[in-house]
Design a protein around this ligand. Sequence first.
Ligand code: DAT
Ligand code: MG
Length: 139
Amino acid sequence: MTERTLILVKPDGVKRALSGEVLRRIEAKGYTLVAVELRKATPELLAEHYAEHVGKPFYDPLVAFMLTGPVLAVVAEGERVIEGFRSLAGATDPTVAAPGTIRGDLARAWDLPVIHNIVHGSDSPESAEREIGIWFPGL
Ligand code: DAT
Ligand code: MG
């Protein structure tokens, strides 16, 4: 079934000029770009986006990191794109993310309280619908 997912190139990826590389990998895999917008997040928007992480030790550093620069917000579409993009992204910890994945190829451990791993991708159909509504309410 064709579905949609919400992808973010986080501030580390945008700063390192990897937005195009991430879009290239999404398109090369065969997914369709539905929306792409360079945005500055806000604390309110991030509180909604990361609602599941409120109260965790890395929550405040995560929100602070996501405010350090623009993010590229993307909606991509395709067969099983939600799990497909998670597979392209690789494991959360970039040190152990498999080579060949975005995180495995392009990120590494940082000496900071929050992991910098280039991309976000929705983790379920429910998350995708919720997150697309947050970032692209018009879609
Ligand atoms: P993912 O982005 O792979 O879905 P997540 O939703 O569990 O991972 O966490 C959101 C982000 O928060 C993740 O991309 C990086 C950061 N993060 C997660 N767990 C962390 C931890 N234990 N320490 C520091 N940062 C963490
Ligand atoms: Mg997540």
